[in-house]
Design a protein around this ligand. Sequence first.
Ligand code: FAD
Length: 490
Amino acid sequence: VALFDGFYVPAPKDRLTRSTMPLSAALLETFHAIVSDNGFITDKGEMAPFLEESRNRFESSADLVLKPKTTQEVAEILSICNDNDIPVVPQGGNTGHCGGAVSDGGVLLNLSRLNKIRHVDPANASLTVEAGCILQDVQKAADEHNLLFPLSLAAEGSCQIGGNLATNAGGIHVLKYGNMRDLTLGLEVCLPDGRIWDGLRLLRKDNTGYDLKHLFIGSEGTLGVITAASLKLFPKPKQKSSAFIACERINDLLDIFDKARACFGEMIYAFEIMPSFAMELVTKHIPDQKSPFAQTYPWYGLIELVSTTEQHPLQEELESFLSLLYDDSFIHNAILAQDMKQANAFLNLRESISAAQKKEGGSIKHDVSVPLSAIPTFMEETTQACQNLVAGCRVCAFGHMGDGNIHFNISRPEQMESYPFLKYWEEFNELVHDMVHKFNGSISAEHGIGKLKMDEMERYLPAVEIDMMRNLKRSLDPNNIMNPNKIIRL
Ligand SMILES: Cc1cc2nc3c(=O)[nH]c(=O)nc-3n(C[C@H](O)[C@H](O)[C@H](O)COP(=O)(O)OP(=O)(O)OC[C@H]3O[C@@H](n4cnc5c(N)ncnc54)[C@H](O)[C@@H]3O)c2cc1C
């Protein structure tokens, strides 16, 4: 720790004093002149939708919402905020799960109008888009050139590329293509002092000094505002084959993944798991969802394979793979999707779990990862410990097993109301995260830290790591205007 002590600039001024001060009429007029009527909101009613927080965990308030349309406008706003000590919270689609886009006053900078697809370069297999582009629109832009932008998550119709970058989003295809960090070639960023960094490189090899884009990816708006990105594209799969499988034990799913990896390698597009309880919730709460099987099983898995050639006998290979699993008693049952409609139905089942769990009432959620080999023991021990804490609580641990990412969620016992159950929030957090730590895992696999997990992060990471992060923050944002009190406290 001593190594980094006093390394950089002095600690910033007190946030609380500043954020409670109302903005002067002159400053409001200056902001208005930059973004004009369409990008300027001070009316409380009009601001309300931008101040919602999906999990109702945090209150959000802002002096005004600004919606810039160009990078230059973002830069001008930041420069004024920096000079006048005004906190700035960048906001994309506001679908994040950690309260990262929640504001405690100052400027809420919504990026939705900065939404041009700037350039598609099929020969370089890349595209350059502005931060406010909706993820689905970026996927479509790639598709129009017969290419694939592979990031895919259930919020893709509303989350934005800037938010995806700022949270280093994952989703179901990380297994094959990596997360947002792996999909990025270059960034354009407005620094807190208003300077614009044009790092929109289109290179797959570039070792000129520190790779600064990685500082901003996953920084949740605490170091600057991402205004545009150059992203990697891939050949579009020509065929896809999906199977829904039913197993007795989670260990079987791990063995099956191991065999699938050996057999299909890069062709594995997704490998997701869900317990019986998740299936029960989805079929109970989500209209038109039904289990592919007539009877219930303890565990289910979804395997998706893709191939970029039409000739590959994908469906036959998956079918023989499933037969072998069945013969060796790894699975109780399996259904091979006969067409895209059925394949999409399998995926919808898996992607409906969060919405279904919300309808079941109070739940406490954890987005964690552990080494693949540790998943079965981690699940077994953590489930038991949860039962010991609150008898009858219902564990709904599902997720992207192929990358060790489990959404370890716990629903209230059937006989307990939501509120008394939610009072155990901190205790469950500590219990689950202690287990994750014991198994050398991460307390934030893909959703980030935001406001939600600041204390947790500080508890589990080595002090020297926290100190390096603090010093980076101070060096790039000495006045602490960028999304203060998120990720790390100064
Ligand atoms: C149904 C559902 C399913 C989800 N599934 C997944 C999943 O599978 N994988 C996954 O990773 N996430 C998932 N998420 C979480 C969420 O969608 C992602 O974190 C997403 O990347 C957030 O994007 P956003 O545009 O909504 O960002 P916001 O929620 O608006 O912001 C998130 C953070 O990024 C910062 N930020 C936003 N834009 C910028 C910018 N331009 N520059 C700098 N900082 C910025 C904000 O300040 C905040 O700290 C899911 C969410 C929902 C609701």
